[in-house]
Write a protein that binds this ligand. Sequence first.
Ligand code: C5P
Length: 230
Amino acid sequence: MRPKITAVILAAGRGERAGKGLPKQFVSVLGSPLFIYSVKAFLSAGVVDEIIVLVPRGWVVYSEKELKRLRGNKPVKVFTGGHRRQDSVYKGLLHISEDMEYVVIHDAVRPLVTPGLIVRTVEGALTCGACVPVVMPPDTVKEVGRGVIKRTIPRERIGLTQTPQAFSCKILRKVYQKGPPRRPVTDDAQLIEVIGKRIKAIPGERMNFKVTWREDFCVLEAHLKRSTRF
Ligand code: C5P
């Protein structure tokens, strides 16, 4: 029997860099708030047994109302996240049903995640315990400091990680057992790296970008308009 898998969708950030006046994950894109696209992808992927969405304080009722419009046969639960990304992940872990064996963590601000990428990431974690999608940088990569180029880093050694990132619950609970880390953490894989656990890297998808800046919304809308998936 397939192990039980939960998705934790992180939508509790402040999203200030997008300059939209409200957290970017709630900005309406072609009639739906941004975070809904990620939830839809997870519902269509069909590999998770429950979905937990973390949102900022004050956004739970709104998010639940938006989620009710979706068709899907998996429970989607909404909770308040924390101050930093890792605080939200920690809170998500507290709400995972006891019988779950794997967890897939996803940044809600990557709305173009495909069901295929979710499935491949989960499959990687089932074989290796931890799996992360990676894209190679097309540009020449430099180390820069104080406005000056220091050196060139061979780009074939660089990978830009994306979410979804999938882990066995046992491994992820281990790195979060003492609570959220104090140091800044931008993904969960980095917590697993430091304990020496192998993490499988699979090809990410270039359109699975993180909506960060105002102009990212233009790219997103253009892509959604010509896509048949949504
Ligand atoms: O800030 P950043 O773009 O790195 O956030 C990545 C994801 O983590 C976003 O989807 C954001 O909503 C989420 N996040 C969160 N709780 C926080 C900070 C970020 O769920 N306190």
